[in-house]
Design a protein around this ligand. Structure first.
Ligand SMILES: [Fe+2]
Ligand SMILES: [Fe+2]
Length: 168
């Protein structure tokens, strides 16, 4: 497990549901499928760039879908699909942020890129553990991802807001 300052300080085995936006909401969509919405977008998290905000919402949606798949006991193929999508999309999203860092000469770029690398490795390790080692996708893993994303978006990403806005 990577230990960086952005990682949730709670032990993976003792994560609880106390993060902002993490109050579980469920709604029944028919056929007894329950959609779990742990992560809810908040306009206070806006980084001031519509495209990036949209991507953040999409990442949150993927995590909600992952948790929904888990609680509904959906097929391994479906869970693998979401994990693969999450892995690829976070890489794409980080790439876009980093392109702007370089273009705008963002002063905290290196620290932020290191956080991206750590998250990328973590997501990839969960994907591999599930797909290749057949490990279970536990609630704690989902909550860990939610915490990580929440902390990154509300913390590091908000810090580049002024830099991006001042560069138009
Ligand atoms: Fe981001
Ligand atoms: Fe970021």
């Amino acid at each position: 497990m990577l230990i960086l300052n952005e990682l949730p300080t709670r032990n993976l085995g003792h994560i609880n549901c106390s993060s902002i936006g993490r109050k579980p909401e469920t709604r029944v969509l028919g056929r007894e499928v329950v959609f779990v919405k742990y992560v809810v977008w908040d306009s206070a998290w806006s980084v001031g760039v519509a495209e990036i905000d949209r991507q953040h919402r999409k990442i949150m949606d993927m995590i909600n879908r992952l948790e929904s798949a888990r609680v509904n006991g959906m097929s391994a193929m479906m869970v693998e699909g979401i994990l693969e999508e999450l892995t690829k999309y976070t890489q794409y999203h980080f790439g876009l942020e980093e392109m702007y860092f370089d273009e705008f000469k963002y002063e905290d770029a290196e620290k932020h890129k290191a956080a991206h690398r750590a998250l990328t490795l973590q997501v990839e390790s969960f994907r591999k553990a599930y797909s290749e080692k057949r490990e279970e996708l536990t609630e704690n893993i989902i909550k860990f991802l939610q915490d990580w994303i929440n902390i990154h978006i509300k913390g590091s990403d908000l810090q580049y807001r002024e830099c991006f806005l001042s560069n138009g």
